[in-house]
Design a protein around this ligand. Structure first.
Ligand SMILES: NC(=O)c1ccc[n+]([C@@H]2O[C@H](COP(=O)([O-])OP(=O)(O)OC[C@H]3O[C@@H](n4cnc5c(N)ncnc54)[C@H](OP(=O)(O)O)[C@@H]3O)[C@@H](O)[C@H]2O)c1
Length: 269
């Protein structure tokens, strides 16, 4: 299938690891120019080098914390002023944090709640608002928000992640309507359990804490969660959906919330 992405500019936030990294590489494979955002410059350089040597497309790594307004403004200027880039067809809002604490989130301090909500709930809107002027109004503009299954059902301990993801699922529909006159589609991808680097550590540790192998732990976990496919997904399985939504083939998909979760949502626990 010809996706029509060759020569387009695609920006991925959180592009140095996990789903974001797989997505950035997948855009490059389709011949798109890629802009990579994350906070850690050294990690971005590794991905940028991999993309350049493997696919030979222009790649622009920019160290940027999406919770810092000036950082995002600087990133916009960098893209706008770069001769190979200048504008942006596809914006993938993907940056996020791992679930770092296992304690009861209801009892956190206000600042701890805010720190988590700043990244996705506010950070994603900030990135959209600031990059919007660079997006074409010719039907090629795509915004894709990566939310998560914790925004659909209860995932413990993920109160703040759930609030972020539920808000973004709502915001996706709102923005699809808001931007329809500008011919920019806005969709959400809702991953379930994805085998990113931090999830690999999590499964390894959770297995050894209960005296079983990683595989045994995962099998039991998927059953308990109601993941009907019975396994986690590879980051590439999410990236493939994101790239399709960014393509010309997805021109009539707008305001959608697409679950890539192995069927958690159909199987009540
Ligand atoms: N993995 C899962 O099982 C799963 C499930 C459901 C939903 N999701 C969602 O999918 C998205 C990607 O998850 P993932 O597991 O692939 O993430 P990950 O492996 O933890 O990678 C997160 C990426 O975001 C960057 N990042 C974090 N905070 C940032 C900030 N303030 N500004 C800019 N970049 C930032 C990180 O780099 P730096 O640290 O260098 O900034 C990194 O590149 C997230 O939105 C997550 O909520 C993941």
């Amino acid at each position: 299938m010809e996706l029509g992405l060759k020569g387009r500019v695609a920006l991925v936030t959180g592009a140095s690891k996990g789903i974001g990294k797989a997505t950035a590489i997948s855009f490059a494979r389709e011949g798109a120019k890629v802009v990579l955002l994350a906070r850690t410059a050294a990690d971005l350089e590794v991905v940028a080098r991999e993309i350049s040597s493997e696919y030979g497309v222009p790649v622009l790594p920019i160290a940027c914390d999406i919770t810092i307004a000036d950082d995002v403004k600087r990133a916009v200027e960098t893209v706008q002023n770069h001769p190979d880039f200048g504008r942006l067809h596809v914006l993938v809002n993907n940056a996020g944090s791992a679930i770092r604490r296992q304690d009861r989130q209801l009892l956190w301090e206000d600042d701890d709640w805010r720190a988590d909500l700043e990244i996705k709930m506010i950070g994603y809107l900030r990135v959209i608002r600031d990059f919007l002027p660079l997006m074409p109004r010719d039907g090629t503009g795509r915004i894709i928000n990566i939310t998560g299954a914790a925004g659909i059902s209860t995932w413990s301990p993920a109160l703040t992640h759930g609030l972020n993801n539920a808000a973004l699922n709502h915001g996706t529909g709102y923005l699809a309507q808001d931007l329809v006159a500008e011919k920019i589609t806005v969709n959400a991808v809702i991953p379930g359990l994805i085998a990113t680097e931090w999830r690999q550590y999590w499964a390894e540790n959770a297995g050894s804490a209960t005296g079983v192998s990683r595989e045994e732990f995962l099998e039991k976990f998927c059953k308990e969660k109601g993941i009907i496919s019975g396994r986690w997904a590879q980051p590439q399985e999410v990236a493939d959906v994101i790239v399709f939504l960014a393509s010309d083939r997805a021109s009539y998909i707008n305001g959608a919330k697409i679950m890539v979760d192995g069927g958690i949502h159909v199987n009540a626990r």
